[in-house]
Design a protein around this ligand. Structure first.
Ligand code: C2E
Ligand code: MG
Ligand code: MG
Ligand code: MG
Length: 289
């Protein structure tokens, strides 16, 4: 009985992690020190397939584990790293660490892909695609298991100079996902020219769309267009059962959002998968009532 209570509490804490702190002002020296000390760490948010509800891959989300200020959210440091020209170093650190942590989970029998967020600043850099390919080779990580997420506004900011890197990565088998799709300003022509494999629809078109006909229409036509372009679709921001049912009905392949799981450290993934299987079993029973 006690054990049951403990597990319930654990689950409760997993779903209700304390909010990440707003940090005091950060300067370039702080960022450089954090990079040297390895304070940027990967967290993982599961994506599941709408078909089976099963774990398919995880988005890697950066967290700054600050020795004094606790866990700091990416909104406070990604922009600063970009301005300081340090974002490339952080991306490579996070990617390497995420791969190593994923491999430990593979060793325990889990199989899933990774999706890493790439800053738009990096794409036009000479040698960026080669560095990523080299990193994957060094870590013996199969390119087909890696997706790079680039925001729609980011890709379009400098499409002409980003196309080369995207094409080289795509040719190497790496997945390319257009993140926050619908909030940028890509023309359909630009989208067509971009060598991407996936559209990740922004949560503002997903969350609550079943109750709002206009959102639903936008979501539906975006999914349809993506499929006609032979792109797979991820819906982000699925927060409740209504969101889930809608995206499933519309044929979205992958789902990410609080309804499925919050971002978590790698060591929580194994337990999450176990709970997930139990939950799917119950959910299946409820659906059949
Ligand atoms: P994103 O790539 O669009 O990532 C999804 C964000 O939405 C995450 O916030 C995630 O915690 C949050 N989220 C997930 N599901 C739900 C949901 O159901 N409802 C709501 N309301 N939110 C949800 P997070 O971790 O704070 O990351 C924010 C952004 O920071 C990311 O947006 C991404 O653009 C950026 N970011 C995070 N890590 C990295 C990184 O390593 N490199 C770069 N360049 N950017 C990163
Ligand atoms: Mg993302
Ligand atoms: Mg996104
Ligand atoms: Mg987003």
């Amino acid at each position: 009985k006690l054990e049951g209570l403990e597990r319930a509490l654990e689950r409760f804490h997993m779903l209700n992690r304390p909010p990440m702190s707003a940090p005091p002002p950060i300067d370039e020296g702080d960022l450089r020190r954090a990079l040297e000390r390895g304070e940027f760490v990967p967290w993982f948010q599961p994506k599941v397939t709408t078909r089976s509800g099963l774990f398919q891959s995880a988005e890697v989300l950066a967290r700054w584990q600050h020795p004094e200020h606790g866990m700091i959210a990416p909104v406070y440091f990604i922009g600063l790293l970009e301005q300081a020209g340090l974002i490339g170093r952080m991306t490579e650190q996070i990617m390497t660490q995420a791969i190593r942590e994923a491999r430990q989970l593979y060793a325990r029998g889990l199989r899933f892909g990774l999706a890493v967020n790439i800053s738009a600043e990096n794409l036009p850099e000479a040698g960026f695609a080669e560095r990523i390919k080299q990193l994957l080779a060094q870590e013996s990580f199969p390119p087909a298991q890696m997706t790079l997420e680039i925001t729609e506004s980011g890709v379009m900011a400098d499409l002409a100079r980003s196309l080369g890197a995207l094409a080289r990565l795509r040719m190497a088998g790496v997945g390319i996902s257009i993140d926050d799709y619908g909030t940028g300003n890509a023309t359909l022509q630009q989208l067509m020219r971009t060598p991407c494999s996936e559209l990740k629809i922004d949560r503002s078109f997903v969350n609550g769309a079943s109750r709002r006909p206009q959102l639903r229409t936008l979501l539906e036509s975006t999914v349809d267009m993506a499929h006609r372009l032979k792109l797979s679709v991820v819906a982000e921001g699925v927060e409740d059962a209504e969101d889930w049912k809608l995206v499933q009905e519309l044929g979205v392949e992958l789902v990410q959002g609080f309804f499925v799981a919050r971002p978590m450290p790698a060591e929580s993934i194994h337990e999450w998968v176990r709970n997930r299987h139990e939950w799917l079993h119950l959910w299946g029973k409820i659906q059949n009532l």
